[in-house]
Design a protein around this ligand. Sequence first.
Ligand SMILES: Nc1ncnc2c1ncn2[C@@H]1O[C@H](COP(=O)(O)OP(=O)(O)OP(=O)(O)O)[C@@H](O)[C@H]1O
Length: 308
Amino acid sequence: MPADTSPTSTPTRSVADQGRADLEGLPTEPGVKKKDPIVVASDVRRTFGGLTAVDVEHVEIQRGVITALIGPNGAGKTTFFNLLTGFDQPDSGSWSFNGTSLKGKSAYRVARLGMVRTFQLTKVLSKLTVLENMRLGATSQRGEKFWAGALPFLWKSQEQEITERARELLGRFKLDAKEQDFAGSLSGGQRKLLEMARALMVGPELVMLDEPMAGVNPALKQSLLTHVKSLREEGMSVLFVEHDMDMVRDISDWVIVMAQGKVIAEGPPRSIMTDQRVIDAYLGAHHDTDISELEQVVEAEHGKDHSA
Ligand SMILES: Nc1ncnc2c1ncn2[C@@H]1O[C@H](COP(=O)(O)OP(=O)(O)OP(=O)(O)O)[C@@H](O)[C@H]1O
């Protein structure tokens, strides 16, 4: 019988599965190189007067997975987010998204490249309706361009597309019944959902969430978690800062730990929580984190010391 020369029909892996496979077996050293990084940052430094808020030698964010950025208060997590997304500029260093240098690029241009973020304190505009907030999330409106101004039918069709996309996302985030309400009337958790939905208006590849669980009631937490996981299943990459260790453990594929401006450890969630470098960093600093898992380990160590 002739050999079967038909193309093999191995099923293609999803981006998320590929991303998770890429992380398997990586050494857990700070700055470890990833197989397919979506973000790479080197020697990124930001000082405020005499204080060094961020001093990251090297870090890579793997594509297709959910990465958590944790660390005690003042570790530099939010400042690092601001630097990566163009909301602040470092004193030195280089950082790129999909291989494109982001040095000197404004937050608006970074978002247009496909890297969007949300904020610890949501930036939804209280005096605009939910739908208006969503529409503001859409960049690249053809209507803004001079040639489209002269051709209103292009502008109108773009407007329509934006509204349709906004409504579709509001439906997905169960905010569709509130589209005409002022954003200021939403609960803390609903604002977080609105901010996440608005971030998706640009069709991003990387979504960065700064403390998505802060101020969210337990009933909405589960829904938020499901939404974050579904971003990954749709092929997006997620990087989030969080003090809620349950969320970190539940949904992240990889954890990066910062302390005093530096990346001090990285690894899968289970092993990172018992990593001595991480425990030491939390013990040596003030923290808002529920680190019961870390504390159990520390107590066990303490017990050993006393019985020695
Ligand atoms: N605009 C600023 N001016 C002066 N100091 C700042 C500024 N922004 C941040 N810092 C300082 O930089 C350090 C890092 O702060 P940052 O907010 O990035 O930490 P964080 O890890 O996000 O903390 P938290 O978990 O409490 O939000 C802190 O000491 C903070 O006080």
